[in-house]
Design a protein around this ligand. Structure first.
Ligand code: HT9
Ligand code: FE2
Length: 316
């Protein structure tokens, strides 16, 4: 086929994915577990977490759709309409990564770049997305470039800085001496440390850059959302950290997720419900920054990173 998109550069925009409906949770969870169905208890636990979040049962789906549409508009503005065409590819739900690549191939795309909606690289997260995308692109004869990371892009740092400043204001102003900025990200199995993985360092680098830009001297980093796999995960977990902060007399905390870019379960449940309740029971007031979603500065960071990758400066 040689449609309009055939002359364009394909952009595979990849995200974690979320179920379509409550009935879809089991298949989604089974996919996350590499084909092993969850136990009845695990399924019930995850289903009840989806039931408790506000803002729609599966807000990640609409947020990802909005991000892909907004990135398309931003690329059109920066590079001219038709230069880039965005396709969505999800890790654990349809349209899967392979579906996105196949859709490009059907449109006649010959050259593509992949970017994941998370700023820091880990072999276990972004590396996994890219391997699947690369393999599918090869099958279709598409030349594929992968964006590894964009965790220090100035537009990303500035967008997060604005959110930290807003959050500190909600907690009583940046000058309020005990407001602590608690950066967080999804934990990974601790075996990533043996792989010399850049994930933890990149998360700390993002956190330090945002803290510095916001003038927040009082900050820490912690992990969140570890899975129950029987294996050790990176810690300390956010609940442990809050316990320790409470013992130290900290009274207010601004949770600042730096590896997540959308409102979704790990933010709306793990932070807004679970961590908030845990903190309040220990006398800590907990607020969270507004997530980036389709923030224009985040879209600029993505678009500029895509364009640079195509020019050969950030591609792999
Ligand atoms: C690094 C990382 C990111 C950030 C980077 C990225 O965005 O890619 C991320 C994002 C997300 N993870 C999410 C949800 C879940 N993750 C799970 C399980 C797991 N995550 C892992 C890692 C990550 N996950 C891992 C190593 C597992 C263990 C299983 C395995 O080895 O693969 C499970 C299973 C049950 C549980 O453990 O809770 C769920 C439900 C949602 C929200 C979806 C929604 O709103 O619907 C989002 C954005
Ligand atoms: Fe996850």
């Amino acid at each position: 086929m040689s449609g309009q998109a055939g002359k364009s550069i394909g952009v595979l925009v990849m995200s974690y994915g979320t179920p379509e409906s409550l009935e879809g949770i089991e298949a989604y969870y089974t996919h996350i577990r590499r084909g092993n169905p969850p136990s009845a208890e695990q399924l019930e636990d995850l289903t009840s977490r989806y039931h408790s979040i506000v803002g729609g049962v599966f807000p990640l789906r609409e947020n990802t759709n909005n991000q892909v549409a907004a990135l398309q508009r931003t690329l059109d503005e920066l590079a001219g309409a038709g230069t880039y065409v965005c396709y969505q590819g999800l890790k654990h739900a349809a349209p899967y990564i392979e579906d996105g690549v196949a859709a490009m191939a059907a449109d006649g795309v010959k050259e593509a770049v992949g970017i994941v909606l998370t700023p820091q690289y880990s072999a276990m997260s972004v590396g996994g997305y890219m391997k699947r995308a690369q393999e599918e692109a090869e099958k279709h004869g598409i030349a594929f470039k992968a964006v590894r990371e964009y965790h220090l892009h100035p537009e990303l740092i500035d967008a997060l800085k604005i959110r930290v400043t807003d959050g500190l204001e909600r907690l009583g102003g940046a000058g309020s001496s005990d407001a602590l900025v608690l950066f967080s990200a999804h934990s990974l199995p601790a075996k990533v440390l043996e792989m010399n993985d850049p994930y933890a360092d990149q998360l700390l680098a993002t956190s330090a850059a945002v803290a510095q830009a916001a003038g927040a001297e009082n900050w820490q980093f912690t992990w969140q959302s570890a899975g129950q796999t029987g294996q050790p995960w990176l810690g300390p977990d956010i609940l442990e950290t809050l316990e320790k902060l409470a013992a130290e007399g900290v009274k207010s905390v601004l949770v600042t997720p730096v590896g997540f870019v959308s409102d979704h379960l790990e933010v709306l449940y793990d932070i807004d419900i679970e961590a908030k309740k845990f903190a309040e029971e220990r006398g800590i007031r907990l607020e969270r920054i507004r997530m980036l979603n389709d923030d224009p500065q985040y879209m600029a960071a993505l678009a500029e990173t895509v364009i640079e990758a195509v020019r050969g400066r950030n591609g792999g």
